[in-house]
Write a protein that binds this ligand. Structure first.
Ligand SMILES: Cc1ncc(COP(=O)(O)O)c(C=O)c1O
Length: 449
């Protein structure tokens, strides 16, 4: 097996850093200017994590491409980390937004679109009742509240290295089997060990051990993990895990915010899962802020029985802009005309093309890396076999190598997600877009080894 020469990696990365700075003068200028008014010079702190000395500032984006303020065009395989899995500004969404924005944006009253979207979500995912928020984070928070309320249990259970948005309870990690705050957790309100049990994905014994305390309100899970590389469930895992949750009286929340990439009905439909609650966000409105959570008949009855009309606006489940007319109009047109079965039929083979191109190069360079695909998403990790859990995947992470590969791609007009090595296809992605990445990846690997 080939090993990466760290000295060489370091000097290649320095070369790419210099090239990046030289080729992005206008972004550099805006970044300098933003230091005066934005904390860290960025609108949100994670934007500092892009490979390169500063983030590229965007001029405009359309479909699978965007152009930066220096006039450079890119193939976008990050797609707003799934927010733009629909492609940037699909015309039908732009038109629907232009209409809706002239007809009222937010009213605290429902529109017909809300009923249409509820019916479509019911049809797609099988859960009968739906509510809307602005973010998947909020949808997860409210689903957890409902689970806690109806089970009257305090704890939630998540998988090691999960990500479900900025939900306090989920920023917990395992340290030699003991739960503590995840590295980088800013101002945890309480020690997450008080609120959260954490187990490794694909470990049924650990799951049962954690559930048998009978204090877990819900298991909050992505059916396939997508935020620490892609980790697929073992054959039969969910079948058994769902049975365990049921046996110990815990509800299952399927967070399909990312795993909707598996197909129009997400992993839930593909693998015939039976979650009690279901969360979807980001791409559901083509990136117009909006998210949804759904629940079963039983959950609906149990939570409805515990809510009083007089207090229903102060229960901790809400948000003034939640379910606004604009969000719902965006969801309707996205579900009706953009994230259609036909779109997935185009997108999924492109992810397979990405994965096989990258796998071929990994194999010919004899690198101990692998590629995994979930629907229209593909990702490579720096270990010989696809990781089976978060701990294994995190142990294989290589920050410097990752940054080098990302910067190398960025300097050659390809944007990957900044947090790991994920590539996502949208309906407008072309085979040429994918092949550009394959060529650039091959070039990078060729220089490296
Ligand atoms: C699986 C999953 N759930 C929820 C979220 C939170 O989404 P948002 O940041 O839009 O609230 C994310 C964000 O990356 C996610 O990956």
């Amino acid at each position: 097996m080939t090993t990466v020469d760290r000295q060489k990696l370091h000097s290649l990365r320095e070369r790419e850093e210099k090239r990046f700075v030289a080729e992005h003068p206008r972004s550099a200028e805006l970044y300098r200017r933003a230091q005066g008014s934005l904390l860290g010079g960025v609108p949100m702190n994670w934007m500092k994590k892009w490979a390169g000395a500063f983030p590229v500032f965007v001029a405009h984006a359309s479909g699978a491409h965007f152009t930066d303020v220096d006039g450079r065009e890119y193939v976008d395989l990050c797609l707003g980390d799934t927010g733009a899995m629909t492609g940037h500004s699909p015309k039908v969404v732009a038109d629907a937004m232009a209409d809706r924005v002239r007809e009222g944006i937010t009213l605290m009253l429902p529109t017909e679109d809300a009923a249409w979207v509820g019916e479509e979500l019911r049809r797609r995912f099988g859960l009968p009742y739906w509510q809307f928020t602005l973010t998947a984070t909020d949808a997860n928070r409210f689903a957890i509240r409902i689970a806690r309320e109806i089970t009257q249990r305090a704890k939630i259970l998540v998988f090691h290295y999960c990500y479900h948005g900025t939900v306090d309870e989920t920023f917990a990690s395992l340290y030699d089997g003991v739960v503590g705050p995840r590295r980088g957790n800013i101002g945890p309100p309480v020690d997450p060990a008080e609120t959260t049990r954490v187990v490794e994905f694909n470990d049924l014994n650990a799951l049962e051990e954690a559930l048998r305390h009978n204090d877990v309100a819900c298991v909050l899970a992505e059916p396939a993990m997508t935020n620490v590389g892609i980790i697929l469930p073992d054959e039969g895992y969910w079948n058994a895990a769902q049975q365990l949750a049921k046996r110990y009286g815990s509800l299952l929340i399927a967070d399909e915010t990312h795993s909707i990439c598996a197909g129009p009905g997400g992993c839930t439909r593909l693998w015939n899962l039976q979650p009690d609650l279901f969360v979807l966000g980001k791409a559901i409105g083509s990136g117009i802020p909006g998210a949804a959570y759904g629940c079963t008949e039983e959950v609906a009855q149990r939570i409805s029985a515990r809510m009083e009309l007089e207090d229903c606006d102060v229960g901790g489940v809400g948000g003034t802009l939640s379910g606004n007319a604009m969000s719902l109009a965006a969801m309707r047109v996205t579900l009706e005309q953009v994230l259609t079965p036909a779109a997935f039929e185009r997108m999924i083979p492109l992810a397979a093309r990405f994965a096989s191109g990258v796998a071929e190069k990994i194999s010919s360079a004899k690198l101990p890396w692998n590629v995994t695909q979930l629907g229209c998403r593909a990702e490579y990790t720096f270990c010989p076999q696809p990781p089976r859990n978060g701990g294994e995947s995190a142990a294989a992470a290589d920050f410097e190598l990752e940054r080098f590969l990302h910067l190398y791609a960025l300097n050659r007009a390809v944007l990957l997600t900044p947090f790991h090595n994920m590539a996502l296809m949208c309906p407008a992605t072309s085979a040429e877009d994918v092949d550009l990445h394959t060529r650039v990846f091959a070039e990078a690997v060729g220089e490296l080894v």
